[in-house]
Design a protein around this ligand. Structure first.
Ligand code: PBG
Length: 323
């Protein structure tokens, strides 16, 4: 007969008690802010579907990074929009590519800010797919070479962590081998291990100009219906040498984050993707939900599910709120 002996409301009565027994806390050090780098100077071009996110030039990014660092945010992840695209994603693995130049500029000014790079080809290919197209589909094995070369050129430019998001089989091993051969055995790999073919990437494809020109990504990204397959993907990436793994998107896949947390003792991250961000921003702009509370609740749910760190477009406003 628990009641009236047990009254869970006792521990909810005041802010000081709630604060004492709170199980999950957010910390700006666990946020990673994605940045979209474009050619040019002094550029801050609003991304319509993701207000107030902007495409920014390298000089603007350098300024931004000072603020990001001063807010105590854990780091950034860079996406690049090259001047020109081609069939073979040359811009992705060019030592003078947009991301490589951005890394060098940012590291010069804020050497202590953690810089991750997204390793993928879709922003650099004319067809918008993540690899070499053969017979209308992405051909896995030749694509590994592009990914390995991109990773090495990012590391050479000064990237702290490389994060492959392409979902090719065997990419972690290819990248690990190439990094080690080039003398970057200390550069960690954060693999987008469980990345789903998701509608929630919609706004990102505007931001990064990376929508596939034909077909979709379902022959390489995962089916949203599959959870066991995610564990298999994670296991394979860890076997191949991934240091940390990611689940993406976050909020529609909290069960995957939790399952991975229970099974694997490696750092786990989650990507609160563009569509998750835009939904909250749009509803808040309409006055339908409270921006700050929805932002913090969504981030808390991702951490509570088991993510150690979160890639999120909310990094700055959330860090400011955590003060
Ligand atoms: C590149 C990549 C994508 C995202 C991160 N890396 C797009 C995609 O796979 O289509 C999505 C991020 C977001 O929606 O915020 N492959």
């Amino acid at each position: 007969m628990p009641f009236p002996i047990h009254r869970p409301r006792r521990l909810r009565a005041t802010e000081s008690i709630r604060n004492l027994v709170r199980e999950t806390r957010l910390d700006p050090a666990n946020f990673i802010l994605p940045l979209f780098i474009v050619p040019g100077e002094g550029i801050r071009k609003p991304i319509g579907s993701m207000p107030p996110q902007c495409q920014i030039s390298i000089d603007t990014a350098v300024e931004e990074c000072r603020e990001i660092h001063s807010l105590g945010i854990g780091g950034i992840i860079l996406f690049g929009l090259p001047e020109t695209k081609d069939e073979i994603a040359s811009g992705a693995y060019d030592d003078n590519g947009i991301v490589q130049r951005a890394i060098r500029a940012i590291k010069r000014e804020t050497p202590d800010l953690l810089v991750m790079t997204d390793v993928c080809n879709c922003e650099y290919t004319s067809h918008g797919h993540c690899g070499l197209i053969v017979d209308g589909d992405v051909d896995n094995d030749p694509t590994l070479d592009w990914l390995a070369r991109s990773s090495v050129s990012h590391a050479r430019a000064g990237a702290d962590i490389v994060a492959p998001s392409d979902m090719m089989d065997g990419r972690v091993e290819a990248i690990r081998t190439a990094l080690d051969d080039a003398g970057f055995s200390k550069t960690p790999i954060l693999s987008y291990a469980a990345k789903y073919a998701s509608a929630f990437y919609g706004p990102f494809r505007d931001a990064a100009d990376s929508a596939p020109q034909f077909g979709d990504r379902r022959s390489y990204q995962m089916d949203p219906a599959n959870a066991r397959e995610a564990m298999r993907e994670i296991e394979l990436d860890l076997d191949e040498g991934a240091d940390m793994i990611m689940v993406k998107p976050a909020m529609a896949y909290l069960d995957i984050i939790r399952e991975a947390r229970m099974r694997y003792d490696v750092p786990i991250s989650a990507y609160q993707v563009s569509g998750e961000y835009s939904m909250i921003m749009a509803a808040a702009a309409n006055g339908w939900i409270d921006h700050d509370r929805a932002m913090m609740e969504s981030l808390t749910s991702i951490k509570r599910a088991g993510a150690d760190f979160i890639l999120t477009y909310f990094a700055k406003p959330a860090a400011k709120l955590l003060g």
